[in-house]
Design a protein around this ligand. Structure first.
Ligand SMILES: Nc1ncnc2c1ncn2[C@@H]1O[C@H](COP(=O)(O)OP(=O)(O)OP(=O)(O)O)[C@@H](O)[C@H]1O
Ligand SMILES: [Mg+2]
Length: 76
C-alpha cells in the first residue's frame, strides 16, 4: 500500500476578484506528494503554478481566495 501523502489536494480552485471581473487562477486541481517523491508542475505562463504553490503554503491573500476544494492537507 502506498504511504500517506505529505501533501494532498482535491479539486483546489483559487479565484482573484477584481472590481468588475473574476479571474479563476486555478480550477479544480488534484495532486498527492508522498514521502520521497518530487513533483514538478509545468505549464505555460499564467497557468497557475505559483498560485497552486502559494495555496499549499496558505499564502493566498486578498483579493485572492481558495474558493473550492474538498481537501487540502499537509503534514510534517
Ligand atoms: N495577486 C493576483 N491578483 C490577480 N490575479 C492574479 C494574482 N496572482 C496571480 N493572478 C492570476 O492567476 C493566474 C495564475 O497565475 P500564476 O502566477 O499562478 O501563473 P504561473 O503558472 O505561476 O505563471 P509563470 O510561469 O509566469 O510564473 C494568472 O491569470 C494571473 O494573472
Ligand atoms: Mg509562477
Amino acid at each position: 500500500m502506498s504511504p500517506v501523502p505529505l501533501v494532498s489536494i482535491r479539486n483546489l480552485t483559487v479565484e482573484f476578484r477584481g472590481e468588475d471581473h473574476l479571474v479563476t487562477a486555478v480550477k479544480s486541481i488534484s495532486l498527492d506528494v508522498r514521502p520521497g517523491e518530487i513533483l514538478g508542475i509545468v505549464g505555460e505562463s499564467g497557468s497557475g503554478k505559483s498560485v497552486t504553490s502559494l495555496s499549499i503554503m496558505r499564502l493566498i491573500a486578498a483579493p485572492g481566495r481558495i474558493s473550492g476544494g474538498d481537501h487540502l492537507s499537509t503534514r510534517q
